[in-house]
Unconditional design. Structure first.
Length: 187
């Protein structure tokens, strides 16, 4: 029985050597690598966001850097929504988010009343490491909230509020290859 197992082991090793020898045959290497630029790889993706502020390609990857880039982009949209009607983009990228829709409505009301402010309302001061679980990402943040335009719904004091902790809860939309805001809490 021992001799039989030894013969089997030798046969397996010999077969492995034959396979590995076949792989080590000299082959001519290609001199060029395939070229795919970031623009080419994202060219097939439909544009998201307003025409004058489209979502950057780095915000459309299902990983921690993509989640971080998406949060930075969404905060830019939040700041731009008061001067240009980017509220629809806030809704599109945060359709499941109650606070996102509330904020978009506030901006629409201010824009319709002609009460636009050129200053940023939010300053993202810290962005923590995203925690990704499946198709969800939790991204901790710290923001400064500046004074909102006086439209009867002022929610910050004139001097603003500094170092307000919060988080964005994102979900991955595989059909559109983007993160979406599922929820965000500030304060």
């Amino acid at each position: 029985m021992t001799r039989r197992r030894t013969l089997q082991l030798v046969a397996v090793l010999a077969a492995g050597a034959v396979v590995l020898t076949g792989c080590s045959a000299k082959q001519e290497a290609t001199h060029t690598l395939p070229t795919t630029t970031a623009a080419e790889s994202t060219a097939a993706l439909p544009a998201l966001g307003p025409e004058d502020m489209p979502m950057p390609p780095e915000a459309r990857t299902k990983d921690a850097p993509g989640a971080e880039a998406f949060v930075r982009y969404y905060v830019l949209l939040m700041n731009g929504a008061q001067t240009v009607t980017h509220a629809s983009a806030l809704r599109e990228l945060g359709s499941d988010c109650f606070d996102c829709n509330l904020l978009a409505g506030m901006f629409e009301t201010a824009v319709a009343a002609g009460k636009q402010d050129e200053t940023d309302l939010f300053t993202l001061t810290k962005l923590g490491s995203p925690v990704i679980t499946g198709a969800r990402a939790n991204v901790p943040i710290v923001m400064d909230l500046h004074h909102f335009p006086d439209d009867g719904m002022v929610i910050t004091p004139p001097e603003g509020v500094k170092d307000v902790p919060g988080a964005f809860v994102l979900r991955w939309d595989a059909k559109r290859s983007t993160w979406l805001v599922h929820d965000h809490k500030i304060g």
